[in-house]
Design a protein around this ligand. Structure first.
Ligand code: NAD
Ligand code: MG
Length: 382
């Protein structure tokens, strides 16, 4: 029986993870569950799962919290969940750079980190890899594209891999002209064609910032240089990604879109467990198509990949400016094209620097948040 800590249990990935645990009560036990503000939703989950620890990272212990569970509040308590002695696996399904310190703590404590929180690797890839080496922890991807690559490269040596081809749905504005995209509302951007996800990643999918974050994530996870990582638009979201081997052979992993399967694989790896889900039917899947990504319509993608290539603290600046801009767009304080503009402004003004320590990364993150907020306020109508 493996103990699982689910960080962000009330979110979209957190709920997929609990659906996976539901089908395998003999294999996994939820030992810690966390939520940011929604203590009532967490209390309902604690009632069902009876974890040893429940954490509300920015709130209070809800009334009626059950006695079998120890309740804690605050950011420090998140680290307690990430390093819980009964947790073999920490599923990090937090959103944003807030997931970084729990990822580092879990890896330092020798845990397997089933990583949905791609922002951890984007902000501090080298520090995350170093924490895993030092603590003996292990990183297993949950992001569907990276789970696909992880499954395709299994058994291959790094020298056999030539290229990673990450697929992107293209988001709700695929094929739209930039002038039309300029006027979209948060409601338009939240209508994702193939995946149902949390608000932040849904907006990232509409700008294609998500695909840039994933290119950086793949670079660190698989040790592949940026020149050998490509993204292609595949509107059906059936092929989750592809790997080209040095001999030209291409492997792909496919299935109907669901995050439960990548979560299950991250928990069961290196084994596979049976699972009840909609089985693949190639005829029902129908025609699979591919298109080039349109850089002029989705400038955020290029900004992110360029930040990745620049290295050091540039990816942390890209990520933090994006988080602020997405929140401002969702609040109605920034038009959609302002997301790319505020990121570009922050990246252009950041002097750069190494990301050798957590403090380096947190400093860059805080600077970029201030820069992006100032940009948003300058754009706001008086
Ligand atoms: P979500 O918004 O649905 O859930 C986020 C969870 O984290 C919630 O439980 C929330 O309470 C908690 N949380 C939010 N802000 C926090 C903070 N500052 N500190 C601590 N806890 C906080 O998000 P999601 O869609 O489940 O995405 C989670 C992560 O997984 C993101 O990094 C996202 O990019 C990644 N991911 C999501 C999907 C998907 O299908 N949803 C797919 C691939 C990757
Ligand atoms: Mg993904």
């Amino acid at each position: 029986m493996k103990g699982v800590a689910v960080l962000g249990a009330t979110g979209s990935i957190g709920r997929s993870a609990l659906a996976v645990l539901e089908q395998h009560p003999g294999e996994f036990r939820a030992v810690a569950l966390t939520a940011h503000r929604n203590g009532a939703a967490l209390a309902a989950l604690a009632e069902r799962w009876r974890p040893s620890l429940a954490v509300v990272s920015d709130g209070v212990v809800p009334p009626g919290a059950n006695g079998a569970t120890a309740w804690r509040t605050g950011r420090e308590a998140l680290l307690e969940a990430a390093t819980h002695p009964d947790a073999d696996i920490v599923l990090n399904a937090l959103v944003g750079a807030a997931g970084l310190e729990p990822t580092l703590a879990a890896l330092e404590a020798g845990k397997r980190v089933a990583l949905a929180n791609k922002e951890s690797l984007v902000c501090a890839g080298p520090l995350v890899l170093e924490a895993a080496r030092r603590g003996g922890g292990e990183l297993v991807p949950v992001d569907s594209e990276h789970s696909a690559v992880f499954q395709c490269v299994r058994g291959a040596s790094p020298s056999e891999v030539a290229r990673l081809i990450l697929t992107a749905s293209g988001g709700p504005f695929r094929g739209w002209e930039p002038e039309r995209i300029a006027g979209v509302t948060p409601a338009d951007a939240l209508r994702h064609p193939t995946w149902s996800m949390g608000a932040k990643i849904t907006i990232d999918s509409a700008t294609l910032a998500n695909k840039a974050l994933e290119v950086i994530e793949a670079h660190f996870l698989f040790g592949v240089p940026y020149e050998a990582i490509e993204a292609v638009v595949h509107p059906q979201s059936i092929i989750h990604s592809m790997v080209e081997m040095v001999d030209g052979s291409v492997l792909a992993q496919l299935g109907f879109p669901t995050m439960e399967l990548p979560v299950l694989y991250a928990l069961s790896y290196p084994d596979r467990l049976p699972y009840r889900c909609r089985r693949f039917d190639p005829v029902a899947a129908g025609t699979l198509t591919f298109e080039a990504l349109r850089h002029e319509a989705f400038p955020t993608f290029g900004l992110g990949v360029e930040a990745g290539r620049s290295g050091g603290t540039f990816p942390a600046v890209f990520n933090a400016a994006n988080e602020v801009a997405v929140a401002a767009f969702l609040d109605g304080r920034l038009p959609f094209p302002g997301i790319a503009e505020s990121i570009a402004d922050a990246l252009a003004r950041w002097p750069g620097g190494a990301a050798r320590t957590l403090e380096d990364v947190l400093h860059a993150d805080a600077w970029a948040r201030r820069a992006a907020e100032t940009f948003v306020q300058r754009l706001a109508p008086c």
